[in-house]
Write a protein that binds this ligand. Sequence first.
Ligand code: GTP
Ligand code: MG
Length: 228
Amino acid sequence: MYKDLRITVIIPCLNEEQGVEQVLRRMPPFVDEVIVVDNGSTDRTSEVARSFGAHVIREPVRGYGRSYKKGFAHASGDIIVTLDGDHSYPPDAISYLLEAFLHLEVDFLNASRFPVRDRRAMSFKHYIGNLVLSIAMSLLYFRWVRDSQSGMWVFRRSILKDMVLESDSMAFSEEIKIEALKNPRVRFEEISILYSSRLGEIKLNPWRDGFHNLFFLVRKRFTRRARS
Ligand SMILES: Nc1nc2c(ncn2[C@@H]2O[C@H](COP(=O)(O)OP(=O)(O)OP(=O)(O)O)[C@@H](O)[C@H]2O)c(=O)[nH]1
Ligand SMILES: [Mg+2]
């Protein structure tokens, strides 16, 4: 519990046995529930996560968005905190993100990886790709978001019921922020965290995922969807 709020941390993992161990070792003690969504890993991700007391859920169909939707369905906290299983986002930041979340009185707090302080953490190509995607999202939604692709967010679980989350892929990261921004009842803020190099093997395909995310942004902005 953190100031009377139940905290759930969700970590999507595709073959992250190395990274998830480091993430779970650094998990702050006030976290009530840690959900690791194992997205069909062929390594020891699930065993390692279980050995650190995480609740492991399997999502056999690949996809970052798919993993999160599965994780959300199992979460019981008042507040959900997310981060990657590759140890690139700092678990140590969870306490100050929660403090900022409460202090700023927001419903969705995005942890921005910018400015990047550790040069090894992000290649120049990824830096430019991230910048282009964030500018595109900011222009399309009339709101400056420095890191549209960040994978670390803190939000009230209750806001999920008003969100239409369709992406099963990497575009899920921008989609959840768009859904938060679009809702006038959801207060959105962003603060910086320290981003570092990932452990384990890279899964992101920068060109494929970058263009997919860009097209997703445009399509989501200009197609009207019936609420289900
Ligand atoms: N790429 C990818 N990641 C997945 C999938 N399912 C779960 N994940 C996890 O989602 C998180 C984000 O994926 P990463 O490959 O780290 O993507 P990224 O952070 O944009 O790229 P890096 O700079 O390589 O860390 C990691 O913890 C993955 O293990 C999937 O189907 N594809
Ligand atoms: Mg990563």
